[in-house]
Design a protein around this ligand. Sequence first.
Ligand code: F6R
Length: 667
Amino acid sequence: MATLASKPLPTTSTSNPAAATPRAYWETASPAERTPTRVFERAKDVSVTVAREIADLIRAKAAKGEKCVLGLATGSTPTGVYDELVRLHREEGLSFKNVVTFNLDEYWPMQPHELQSYHRFMREHLFDLIDIDAQFTHIPDGTCSEDDVRAMCERYEREIKASGGIDLQLLGIGRTGHIGFNEPGSGRSSRTRLITLDRVTRKDAASDFFGEENVPTRAVTMGVGTILEAKRVVMIAFGEGKAPVVARAIEGAVTNSIAASFLQEHANAQVYLDLAAAAELERCKAPWCSANHDLEWTDALARKAVIWLARTTKKAILKLTAEDYNEHHLQDLLAGRGKAYDLNISVFRDLQRSITGWPGGKPAERKQAGDINRPGDDIFPKRVLIFSPHPDDDVISMGGTFIRLVDQGHQVHVAYQTSGNIAVFDAEALRFLDFASEFNGMFGFEGAKTERMEHDIARKLKAKRPGEVDPPELQKLKGLIRRGEAKAAGIYCGVPEERLHFLDMPFYETGRVRKKPLGTEDIEIVKALLRSVKPHQVYAAGDLSDPHGTHRVCLAAIFRAITECANDAWMKDCTTWLYRGAWQEWDVEQTEMAVPLSPDEVARKRTAIFKHQSQKDRALFPGADEREFWERAEQRNAATAKLYDALGLAEYEAIESFVRWDGRPLD
Ligand code: F6R
């Protein structure tokens, strides 16, 4: 497939050639930041760095014969730190015998054995896997009566004091800006107490509880004041979903509405971010605005700056003037690149080249004068393998391109990586069960076995308590519902049933939002399919903001499988494209292939998404975005098209964006 790599921009960069390995622009703090912050490219690097700091502290304290008092957090963010601490314990002899812990919070009411309990979380992720003395671990008690909560909180505060105070407090940040469960309105001097959870926080927790209605409305949390008394505070955030609140916490004013902003007033606070969570910080978004260091003006950064300038000035790229560059901190860029016009046209052409209505390449007989020849165009039609993490991501995120690929004659296969069973409502399962009974009755299939099975599932379903995992037969039934929907959508898009592959990757099948780690059996399944299809193009979801992490795991499996196939002959003609769309979209400056959709294709894409009836009207886990998936997709694709239009490119109804995988592993 075509390399859509950009032609070099005119002239050279202004960076200092003497610098050995120039720092990436996002590695240097901008003066806008008010809390010390370090940004790493990958989340894993953050986890390892923070775990190392904790381990060093534990060892230093142990060497002095002292206890090390850690404040701990739960949630998805710190799990990598805990994994690394467990590894250090198992492989490098790190002992936790001298460690005392205090957790930030617990839902209230909550029994410690329940799936969502933070007591259980800590045991499963850390305490049961290391040599910590259980009597040194403290977590607010979710079982005490309302009358006793206050006394329990005061006791918690006293215990922290009696231990000598917290040496290092680990924090995540919620989308409301909360640390612990200090929701907006929590004051600088608040202490451990019972609080009411914000609606946004309850939405974010909905998937853990199998529905927002099951999420407790209250929780016990250490206060902002309690947290700020820790000698050292380390806050971590990962993923695009956190980027806006992270920027407000670090660069905005100190305010009760964002508890994390109080870290600006702590003498020894440190924030660690992955690149995605740092995206809204000035150092990433517009480093030229306040850069107190020489920027390495790579072509990619120049392209980012020109697009930013056009959007900031609300001008088409080709209308940007030298004054625009000068007035917006881009003198250096211009000085190193010549005339504004040259720079404009270079970025404009680059963007224009990335737009193609032929995602699988254009066959020779359709070529017209002036068409770009892209490597791989000679292979036509192509074998295309679209990986869809959940049963509906293919049509939601790249439905238009999918339809185009089929229409243009390529042999398209779709691989549904997981069953997606946890996102089906019980009522939907009951409806299908009822249908099966009626159907069997009507056509005289009611063998004793099927009937018993139907009754058994229905009975278990009715006996299920909120927040409980589905029994295995029910999980299967829900998986089948989604499989049927995926088939309907795939066939609607023009793919014969035998080219729809249901991988049911084992890592997913826990019945819970929390999944098993990726295993060799997962990779082998993906590899086997790759080797049987031998695709010229692979499409994979690069949508890493999926709040449940399934997309990330699915992508890691594809990357590993492709890497393991690197020496296969078919691999030399194979290109992997990453799509997004369900949760976020690629930025224009990153996009390497932009596929325009006609109004008719937009309508067909919508119909394909509608085939996923169990996800229609109200998805079980809507995540941060309450719109239905078809609405998100349509609005996002239309917004991308508007953006290209505003930049001065052609005006389309909608655009789907893709980035080529550069071969680097995910973590
Ligand atoms: C957890 C806690 C919360 C989380 C925050 C982020 O003990 O106190 O503040 O750190 O809600 O949650 P995740 O990491 O799941 O995004």
